[in-house]
Design a binder for this molecule. Structure first.
Ligand SMILES: Cc1cc2nc3c(=O)[nH]c(=O)nc-3n(C[C@H](O)[C@H](O)[C@H](O)COP(=O)(O)OP(=O)(O)OC[C@H]3O[C@@H](n4cnc5c(N)ncnc54)[C@H](O)[C@@H]3O)c2cc1C
Length: 511
């Protein structure tokens, strides 16, 4: 029996990898040789956050070690490109065929489908991706682009099919959705839990040294403490179950200067790498609910994020690719302001959120959506510039998750395919959900004038500018109705101040 090769991509670090299983079934473990490629060209595609690079490369190296411990022969190749790494491997080992699992990203999958066989010169078996539940069950198999799919109904179908938080045909607790119980602002005296920390071992330290020496990318590596193995990622999940899940639901949308992660799970970096799988997290929180350790609004809220939003976003990505990259339904053309790269702005909320993104590569969902994307949508920032900034700055960022979240949900640039309404809000929302406004030089109550918060005049300017389009959207009716309180003089003042502010932003973004 000849050698069988398995190429495992860096974000496919699954304990039970289908390509490994298929190769082993064909020729026995002793004939399997696994390849992991660290491509320099891919690393430099964006100025990625250094913490993300260390997380990715350290997790890949630990995964290679874990496979060796399980008896597999593994090559970890660092090369200029994937093509060079694959050719080097095939030349060295002369395998007779190659197994690989479909990439979750469009470019990677297109490479596997159209170029890989030619590059390796042997038969390639491309197996379906198993990292998403929607790969096992598609709630809308005959979907056509002329019909919009609403996340809520997608999510209910997923709950029914996978029998998650269900009592027969009815949802556990009686309701499908506890959204209204997920919007409490944070009490001043509440204790905020620390996240688990994982000290770098020698493998991680070597990667930290390499990434620091390369000098590429954004952000800081100080105090790197992320999980880099499946065991550590499972420990991080366990910590979430014990210390954060009970309050996750109530304070899911809250924002504070005092703490970065609140009661969020911070599991997206590990899920997106394959160190954790969605169903094991869903089952973990279901067990916590059954044991009476967490209330329904927290458990349903978390399940909604994983089985609802995450799966829906991946599904939307594959529905909308590659066209989504060209979408710009609000005709937004302004360059990304320079302060996105250094956090130097008087807007206290944006300052804090960007500063945290730069130092840690993490913001929670509402900060990404209602602070950063809200600002970019109101200010008319060019969608792909925003997308690329997000792609560079977050430790959990991948093409499949970024495009529908940024262009779809955050900027509504896809014409409302991902989200039925643009998520826009004035300073009132940011003040209601957090404490950023307290320490800000702008006044969150003033609509215009020297001290007015820019979120206010930009918000009202956006409504004025797009009144007709917004009026046609039933979910935004009440917002547009607010325009009747603005007389001509106030409309002129809002427009004038918004224009002045936007003109002041137009400085080029560093490359
Ligand atoms: C503009 C924008 C950009 C985003 N970029 C990313 C990204 O690059 N990578 C990423 O994984 N998520 C992204 N999200 C979704 C979400 O903000 C993050 O998944 C979440 O903040 C990660 O932190 P957490 O693990 O503490 O999440 P929690 O609040 O604890 O939520 C639990 C899990 O739900 C999943 N989830 C929730 N919402 C989404 C969503 N909209 N899309 C995909 N998964 C979701 C994540 O896996 C997350 O770990 C983005 C959202 C927006 C609005």
């Amino acid at each position: 029996m000849g050698k069988t090769a398995v190429w495992i991509l860096g974000d496919q670090l699954l304990e039970n990898h289908p390509a490994l299983q298929a190769a082993e079934a064909e020729g026995g473990k002793e004939n399997v040789r696994v390849l992991l490629v660290q491509s320099a060209a891919r690393t430099r595609k964006q100025p990625y956050h250094r913490r993300k690079l260390v997380l990715l490369f350290s997790a890949m190296r630990h995964y290679a070690e874990s496979l060796r411990a399980r008896g597999y022969a593994v090559d970890y190749v660092q090369s200029a490109t994937f093509t060079a790494g694959l050719r080097q491997f095939v030349k060295a080992h002369q395998p007779e065929r190659l197994f690989t699992m479909a990439a979750s990203e469009w470019n990677g999958r297109s490479f596997q489908q159209h170029q890989l066989t030619k590059i390796v010169g042997i038969p390639v078996t491309l197996l379906p991706n198993t990292q998403f539940l929607v790969g096992q069950f598609d709630p809308y198999p005959s979907h056509t682009p002329d019909k919009n799919v609403i996340m809520e109904y997608f999510y209910r179908e997923m709950r029914r099919h996978f029998d998650v938080l269900m009592n027969g045909r009815t949802p556990a607790g009686g309701d499908w959705n506890y959204d209204k119980e997920n919007r409490q602002p944070l009490p001043n005296d509440i204790a905020l839990p620390d996240e688990p920390r994982f000290q770098p071992d020698s493998i991680t330290q070597a990667v930290i040294d390499e990434v620091e020496a390369a000098g590429h990318g954004v952000g800081s590596l100080a105090g790197f403490d992320l999980a880099v193995t499946r065991e550590q990622a499972l420990a991080a999940f366990d910590d979430f179950l014990q210390h954060r899940l009970p309050d996750f639901g109530a304070y899911e949308d809250a924002m504070t200067e005092r703490h970065q992660t609140l009661f969020h799970s911070v599991l997206s970096p590990y899920l997106n790498l394959g160190l954790l799988e969605p169903m094991e997290l869903i089952q973990g929180v279901e067990l916590a609910y059954a044991a009476g350790n967490a209330p329904i609004n927290s458990v349903e809220g978390f399940v909604r994020q994983i089985l609802g939003w995450r799966e829906y976003i991946y599904w939307q990505y594959w529905q909308q690719m590659p066209g989504i990259m060209e979408k710009n339904s609000w005709d937004a053309k302004r360059p990304l302001p320079t302060f996105f790269w250094d956090a130097q702005t008087d807007l206290n909320c944006i300052h804090h959120v960007i500063e945290r993104a730069i130092s840690t590569g993490y913001n929670h969902h509402i900060e990404r959506l209602m602070v950063l994307c809200n600002f970019c949508l109101l200010a008319g920032i060019e969608p792909m510039a925003v997308n690329n900034w997000f792609l560079a700055h977050y430790i959990d960022a991948y093409d499949w998750v970024m495009l529908p979240n940024v262009l779809g949900m955050g900027l509504n640039a896809d014409g409302g395919v991902t989200a039925t309404k643009p998520y826009i809000a004035s300073a009132n929302y940011i003040h209601k959900m957090g404490d950023y406004c307290g320490g800000c030089r702008f006044n969150h109550r003033q609509r215009h004038g020297a001290d007015a918060c820019p979120f206010n005049f930009l918000y009202w300017n956006f409504l004025l500018q797009h009144e007709e389009t917004l009026r046609a959207n039933p979910r935004l009716g009440p917002n547009v109705l607010g325009l009747r309180y603005l007389d001509d003089e106030e409309r002129t003042a809002v427009r004038h101040q918004a224009q002045q502010f936007l003109d002041s932003l137009e400085r080029p973004t560093p490359t």
